[in-house]
Design a protein around this ligand. Sequence first.
Ligand code: ACO
Length: 325
Amino acid sequence: MAVIRSVIRGVGAYLPKRILTNDDMAALVDTSDEWIRERTGIRERHIADHDELTSDLGIAAARQALVRAGIDPVDIDLVICATATPDRTFPATAVRIQAGLGVTKGAAFDMQAVCSGFIYALATADNFIKSAQSRRALVVGAETFSRILDWEDRGTCVLFGDGAGAVVLEAQTQVGGRDDRGILATRLRSDGRYEDLLYVDGGPGSTKTTGHLRMNGREVFRHAVQKISSVIEETLVASGYAPEEIDLYVPHQANKRILDGIAKKLGIPHQKVVMTLAKHGNTSAASVPLALNQAFEDRRLREGSMVLMEAMGGGFTWGAALARW
Ligand code: ACO
């Protein structure tokens, strides 16, 4: 039976020019290149200029995705920006991206699920497309986490960076079979009991300040492998595909040891894992589309590739998406 699917037509990314290496971090806090590389796999991170906002990063990534998709911004009817570091408390960063691109149709809104934001936004856009409320959607993950880090806390400031990535989705009618292109299944989860393990200690409604990121890294790590593996398994069961049918595993780029643990648990071979965190650290909602973009530029992502994406973040929130490129 014919079905409407959200086909990923283009991907783009943007990283700010300024780079802070692990040695640069060692000049700021009591850490070392060796410690950061061994515990996380991160080598450097990009930091936005003072006058560079989350929407600027998002617009740059979106422009590249639109050009690659061959789609004019005026034909976009949905913009979702996944971010935990919006330009302003309101309006939504997505609306600023919409204006910056010259999109005037449809709706634009932000998605707040921290590091899982892109997966949440992708699933939401997919549902808008499948229910025929949207035909062409822009899904952006953009963050300036450098603005919410405590630059004196070595346990967190070495882990994160700034960046943006974007994909363009288009409604296409497919046969409804195993070879369909587009998003094939998504699964989203959250559990608010874990808030204290990863949060920002400020906000407009509580402290009237922006606040700083606080994390119990060891506990987050303990939950990550189990929760992400389980939502991936649910997503595969829902779609009817087996782990060995995945061509590329594009995970949230938080920590190499977490990714290795999940890949091992699910039996995904090392060569199928896209790992970009060495170059930009954890960019929260931007990390999955940044990794997708790298795989595309490396020609590892081709039409027909079966791609598994996942993320976990503050909340906790977590989720996975399976798509055929
Ligand atoms: N440099 C040197 N030493 C450090 C640093 C640092 N940057 N940070 C912490 N340490 C020290 C600690 O103070 C501690 O010292 P102590 O034993 O004298 O008290 C020691 O290193 C061990 O600290 P742990 O926190 O137990 O180190 P761990 O091996 O757990 O690694 C890390 C820490 C890298 C944060 C790890 O727990 C992790 O990656 N957790 C996942 C966090 C994450 O990815 N969060 C992102 C959002 S959620 C997600 O995306 C899945």
